[in-house]
Design a protein around this ligand. Structure first.
Ligand code: HEC
Ligand code: HEC
Ligand code: HEC
Ligand code: HEC
Ligand code: HEC
Length: 158
């Protein structure tokens, strides 16, 4: 082999090995936290995340109903804040890595301050604890798990 072919042969070999490695070892599934600690005024809730996925057998999308082009699910609070207030208005843009997410609430991707009438209608977007209570309990009511009047301290620490 002529000497001048050696570098190109090496480069091609490295590329082939990298391609083969990518094929044999695809990127792993996104990390799933084992437990999620949710501190709140009703008493801390420890949500057994992996038990719900692996033992009870739910799909990510059963709860993370909005994955929109993200590599990993977003915290619920990115879209279900405690209040749609001044603080949310100023900071929420940073919760999202792409503009596709903006269209979940906005008609167009906003580029600056919005007039009153161009602000999204938040009537059908539950606030933080309502979003959790609704999702946790409507599934529990159907599939088993704590819900209803006397269930509070199955989830909340006293
Ligand atoms: C039974 C409902 C449920 C299922 C099923 C579920 N999750 Fe979650 N997950 C949650 C809740 C609730 C949180 C806490 C969100 C928060 O703190 O706002 C969470 C948090 C997360 C977080 C942390 C988000 C952050 O940055 O704080 C990741 C990552 C995640 N889940 C990934 C997954 C993946 C991947 C799957 C599928 C294998 C999955 N989840 C299945 C309910 C669920
Ligand atoms: C990217 C934004 C976004 C994320 C992240 C998100 N949601 Fe939502 N969610 C919405 C919007 C917007 C609605 C309003 C209804 C609709 O358009 O689907 C909604 C609606 C809901 C509803 C009411 C649905 C119904 O059928 O009445 C519940 C409950 C809910 N979300 C819980 C959650 C939980 C729990 C998480 C985290 C595991 C989560 N959401 C993550 C945007 C989001
Ligand atoms: C969960 C719903 C939701 C998502 C997702 C969302 N927004 Fe918003 N956004 C709102 C609401 C509600 C307001 C108005 C808040 C108010 O009335 O105080 C707003 C207001 C704004 C404003 C106006 C701020 C001002 O001072 O007038 C901008 C700019 C904006 N959003 C940009 C974005 C961008 C960029 C994204 C995506 C990266 C995004 N938003 C995603 C709900 C959302
Ligand atoms: C998609 C369905 C579904 C959703 C959503 C869900 N769960 Fe569950 N959960 C279950 C099922 C099924 C069981 C098991 C019932 C049994 O076998 O007794 C359970 C059991 C539990 C238990 C008792 C056992 C344990 O692992 O500690 C707690 C506490 C609990 N869930 C908390 C929550 C919380 C908090 C949320 C919301 C953040 C939530 N769950 C959302 C389906 C769900
Ligand atoms: C299936 C589990 C579960 C059950 C059952 C449950 N909760 Fe919750 N609760 C949660 C979760 C999850 C949150 C949201 C935590 C967060 O904001 O991070 C929450 C939030 C709250 C909050 C905080 C509200 C706020 O705006 O800060 C109060 C108060 C509360 N729950 C009271 C109750 C009462 C009273 C009951 C019984 C009638 C009850 N919860 C039953 C899981 C549960």
């Amino acid at each position: 082999m002529k000497n001048r072919y050696i570098p190109i042969t090496l480069i091609v070999a490295v590329c082939l090995i990298a391609a083969a490695a990518g094929f044999l070892f695809p990127p792993s599934e996104p990390e799933t936290p084992v437990r999620v600690v949710l501190d709140n005024s009703g008493g801390r809730v420890i949500f057994t995340h992996v038990t719900h996925t692996e033992d009870f057998g739910y799909e990510c999308s059963d709860c993370h109903h909005d994955e929109i082009g993200q590599d990993k699910p977003l915290p619920c609070g990115s879209c279900h804040p405690k209040a749609f207030d001044e603080k949310f208005r100023k900071a929420h843009q940073k919760n999202f890595a792409n503009t596709e997410a903006c269209l979940r609430c906005h008609e167009n991707v906003p580029t600056g301050p919005l007039a009153e009438e161009d602000r999204p209608d938040t009537e059908n977007i539950p606030l933080r604890s309502e979003a959790f209570h609704t999702q946790c309990m409507s599934c529990h009511e159907n599939d088993g798990g704590p819900y209803g009047e006397n269930s509070c301290y199955t989830c909340h620490a006293r």
